[in-house]
Design a protein around this ligand. Structure first.
Ligand SMILES: [Zn+2]
Length: 240
């Protein structure tokens, strides 16, 4: 019996379903594709990469060059087709909504800053002062099949690190360029960086932890603390 799949070109289907149908019908398991192909196939959807990532919790295994050395940075590999999300009753497979309570608990635990790069909500990126960070929740292990929305599986991430963690955005700097920057750091900074690399996130200094807490206060309390600290240090701000 021939099975007639819905047409992935049909905009009424919703982006995640269209991406799933396209991957299943046009690419197929065990084959490579790239992001340009995906964007060309489904050009009318913003952030189509994201819709593709949304398939992972539904059992789809889509590898990137970070998982497979044979791929180039722009290539992806469809290892496994997961739940047929276009089928009735399967449409919301893998889509979980995180409760507001869990969201607040995770953000509070992570001091309302990105565990990957340390930025707080609304802060400008040091390397891109025009864009400010938006915090979101990510999975401790973005590739884990069937990741749940449980507290212990979630971490606070800024949107930019979240994208990078899911390994689907373009690389900003080449490894060689990053290595050049690393070499310029002092030995102490290099050691700090190595320890961050080992744990997979940036650990915060005491000052940064206080800063994160301080930033969550209402403006009136921030002002009074600033004044207090100013007085403690003397009006010119110098340490005595
Ligand atoms: Zn970040």
């Amino acid at each position: 019996m021939d099975v007639v799949w819905p047409d992935w070109r049909d905009p009424k289907l919703g982006a995640r379903i269209r991406v799933a149908l396209w991957l299943h019908g046009e690419i197929g398991e065990g084959r490579r594709f790239n992001k340009q192909q995906l964007r060309k196939a489904i050009p009318d959807v913003e952030q189509v990469d994201r819709r593709m990532r949304d398939l992972r919790p539904a059992g789809w295994v889509i590898k990137t060059y970070r998982d497979m050395a044979a791929l180039s940075p722009d290539e992806l590999y469809l290892e496994k087709v997961g739940t047929h999300v276009w089928e009735p009753g399967q449409r919301s497979a893998g889509l979980r909504s995180i409760s507001g309570k869990v969201r607040r608990q995770v953000m509070e635990h992570d001091l309302h800053r990105c565990v990957r790069c340390g930025i707080s909500a609304g802060e400008a990126y040091p390397d891109d002062p025009d864009s400010t960070a938006r915090l979101t929740l990510g999975h401790v292990n973005p590739h884990k099949h069937g990741s749940t929305a449980r507290l212990e599986d979630l971490v606070t991430e800024c949107a930019r690190c979240n994208e990078t963690a899911q390994h689907l955005t373009g690389v900003q700097l080449s490894p060689e360029q990053i290595w050049d920057r690393i070499k310029e750091l002092s030995r102490k900074e290099k050691q700090k960086l190595l320890s961050w690399m080992a744990v997979g996130h940036r650990s915060l200094s005491d000052t940064e932890q206080v800063w994160s807490r301080y930033r969550q206060l209402p403006a009136v309390h921030r002002e009074s603390l600033q004044k207090k600290l100013g007085l403690l240090l003397g009006a010119d701000g110098s340490d005595s």
